[in-house]
Design a protein around this ligand. Structure first.
Ligand code: HEC
Ligand code: HEC
Ligand code: HEC
Ligand code: HEC
Ligand code: HEC
Length: 491
């Protein structure tokens, strides 16, 4: 009976094919890369198991860098071996080892089983990574925080919105493989643009390749749902010393599909019957609109004010209207200073009892600041100085109120203005309405006329009944027991 070989000899024999194969710089580099990535991965395992993907600074190395290093290493090993064999052949040297092996030789068997075991381990590791990486790239924290400055504005608006629990990808990618691949391919371009620092500031809107809302929004919202009329209450505060409140009450005819056909705003616009051509790149100038009624009758409306030549129309963007043409800011809703201050006053973050606070808050917000840090500091100084100089009694009686107001005003600035991304008040238009931006009046302006002389309807009761306009104490609100300012209605 032969004496068994000592352990170290067996280990050495077992390892020798690997050592032989990889004894070239490229393969060695590969081996080092693979083992390093594996060791680091073991180190990071606890975090991965906890699915702690909320921190982008862990996520990037764990889910993107390490797997890249690991896979790169795996590729380098055979490449190195091939190059080495080729160069030895060219020099007429023995290609050694492997070529002289036969199927029966134990070295080959050992090598094959080594490769088999290593591959199974690699498949497990890589698939786990692939899965986590894909999940990770879909989290709002990856989309919103990883490219810190770039996505910060959209992210800040998002976390304060009704969709803050909807993942970015549910609107920006949606379900299905083809859009997933498309978005990841364009993502590669974006990563380069960020690395090379040549991305547009602000990021362009509209997003031209946004997926049709039928496949995104309509996965959660049912377009034909009948909503009927909705009450919309807007309370604004005056620029006088008492910040006199005034409320506007609209009965919005949201509508939908009812027993008697489509009614209201979602009625006509829920049927995908409206198509248009925009000529300015931002969908704000719309010289031509086509409406296809449910019975198939087509009406073309041409604008008499925004005249366009046949060439303009041919070059313009043609689009069928969907949710995003009205709700273009369902989640990245940047505010204007007056509205933001009204909102904060209505919610009590800024006390309406501070004299002239509406006027002064808006003035502080509208000033130009070089960056966000300076803005925060100077807004505080501005308001503090105003009350110290003009209302020293207010400061001594209600220092906390002034301080709270100042914090709220700073927060409004930080939520809406991003000098690094060239985003200031009103940079991104909101198409839902017509008072701050053209919105509905891009078409419903009375100037879009058909060949038979009809125009897209624009009288004030087409979309809403005006129940009260800037009234101090609207009867309807006291009748319903609603406190002005506390009730807002949908956005
Ligand atoms: C509820 C749906 C929805 C969600 C969720 C969402 N977005 Fe958007 N996003 C939109 C729409 C709609 C637009 C504007 C499209 C247009 O006007 O063409 C937009 C535009 C953008 C733009 C272009 C610049 C701009 O402000 O118009 C960026 C960048 C962006 N989103 C990033 C994100 C990031 C990052 C997240 C996650 C943190 C996210 N979005 C989540 C719907 C969404
Ligand atoms: C993953 C599901 C989901 C997707 C996708 C989605 N939404 Fe929503 N949306 C919601 C939920 C949930 C709410 C209600 C939030 C609440 O009431 O707090 C909501 C609320 C809204 C509201 C009412 C906001 C308000 O102030 O009450 C509008 C308008 C809206 N969504 C439009 C859109 C549009 C446009 C898109 C596509 C760009 C979209 N949604 C995509 C789930 C979704
Ligand atoms: C023609 C413009 C327009 C189009 C297109 C449109 N909406 Fe609206 N939508 C409105 C207006 C106006 C309101 C009233 C609320 C307001 O003014 O703040 C509203 C209200 C809503 C609300 C809140 C009220 C409710 O029914 O719960 C949701 C949610 C909503 N829309 C989702 C959608 C979705 C999803 C689509 C696409 C299928 C869509 N809208 C298409 C203009 C539009
Ligand atoms: C791209 C152009 C366009 C925009 C933008 C647009 N609409 Fe329309 N709208 C139309 C057309 C076209 C019709 C159908 C006119 C007809 O009956 O021939 C229509 C019809 C309507 C109707 C039905 C009117 C009726 O006769 O009953 C309502 C309500 C309405 N729109 C509301 C809105 C609201 C609210 C907005 C803004 C949030 C808006 N629309 C934005 C083009 C537009
Ligand atoms: C095509 C539809 C449409 C027509 C026509 C229309 N409006 Fe509006 N109006 C809207 C929508 C949508 C909003 C915004 C709702 C929101 O902010 O969510 C709005 C908001 C308003 C507001 C509140 C603004 C604020 O500060 O919040 C007033 C006031 C108003 N409209 C007055 C008018 C008057 C006056 C007319 C007639 C000249 C008119 N509207 C015609 C759709 C329309």
């Amino acid at each position: 009976m032969p004496t068994p070989k000592p352990l170290h000899t067996r280990l050495f024999e077992w390892l020798s094919p690997l050592v032989f194969l990889s004894s070239n710089p490229l393969s060695l580099l590969g081996v080092v890369a693979v083992t390093t990535a594996t060791v680091l991965w073991v180190f990071l395992l606890p975090t991965l198991f906890e699915h702690d993907t909320s921190n982008p600074y862990i996520g990037i190395p764990a889910f993107l860098l390490l797997p890249a290093v690991f896979i790169g290493g795996l590729i380098l090993i055979p490449v190195g071996i091939m190059l080495r064999r080729r160069s030895r052949r060219r020099q007429g040297l023995d290609v050694a080892g492997i070529t002289t092996l036969t199927l029966e030789s134990p070295q080959l068997r050992r090598l094959l089983s080594f490769i088999a075991v290593a591959s199974v381990a690699n498949v497990i590791i890589v698939s786990q990574w692939g899965y986590s990486a894909v999940n990770y790239m879909g989290t709002p924290s990856f989309c919103g925080l990883t490219c810190h400055t770039v996505m910060q504005p959209e992210y800040s608006a998002y976390v304060n919105s009704p969709h803050s629990h909807v993942a970015c990808e549910q609107c920006h990618i949606g379900a299905g493989a083809s859009w997933f691949v498309r978005s990841k391919l364009s993502g590669v371009g974006q990563v380069f643009a960020v690395a090379l620092n040549n991305y547009p500031r602000p990021i362009a809107s509209p997003v031209e390749n946004l997926r049709p809302s039928r496949e995104t929004c309509e996965q959660c919202h049912w377009p034909a749902r009948f909503t009927g009329d909705q009450l919309l209450v807007r309370t604004s505060y005056g620029v006088d010393d008492q910040n006199q409140p005034a409320s506007t009450v609209l009965e919005m005819k949201v509508g939908g599909q009812a027993w008697n056909g489509s009614v209201g705003i979602h009625g006509v616009h829920g049927t995908e019957g409206v198509a248009y051509t925009a000529t300015d790149g931002h969908r704000q100038v719309i010289p031509q609109v086509t409406y296809t009624a449910p019975d198939g009758k087509v009406t073309v409306y041409n604008s008499t004010s925004a005249k366009a030549t046949a060439a303009d129309l041919a070059h313009g963007e043609k689009r069928t209207m969907d949710c995003v043409d009205c709700h273009n800011r369902p989640t990245h809703a940047f505010q204007l200073p007056e509205r933001a201050v009204d909102g904060a006053m209505g919610q009590g973050q800024i006390s309406p009892s501070l004299p002239y606070i509406k006027r002064e808050a808006v003035a502080a917000l509208r000033r130009n600041y070089p960056d966000r840090d300076t803005a925060g500091r100077e807004i505080a100084t501005y308001l503090d100085t105003f009350y110290r100089t003009n209302y020293p009694l207010v400061i001594s009686a209600n220092a906390a109120g002034v301080k709270n107001a100042s914090n709220a005003v700073q927060a409004i600035y930080l939520r809406n203005v991003f000098p690094e991304m060239k985003i200031t008040w009103g940079t991104y238009v909101n198409n839902l309405g017509h008072t701050d931006f053209p919105g509905c009046f891009r078409c419903h302006d009375g100037d879009h006329v058909s060949a038979d002389g009809r125009s897209i309807p624009n009288d004030c009761s087409t979309c809403h009944n005006l129940i009260a306009v800037e009234e101090k104490d609207p009867k309807i609100l006291s009748g319903l027991g609603i406190t002005p300012g506390a009730f807002k209605g949908p956005q």
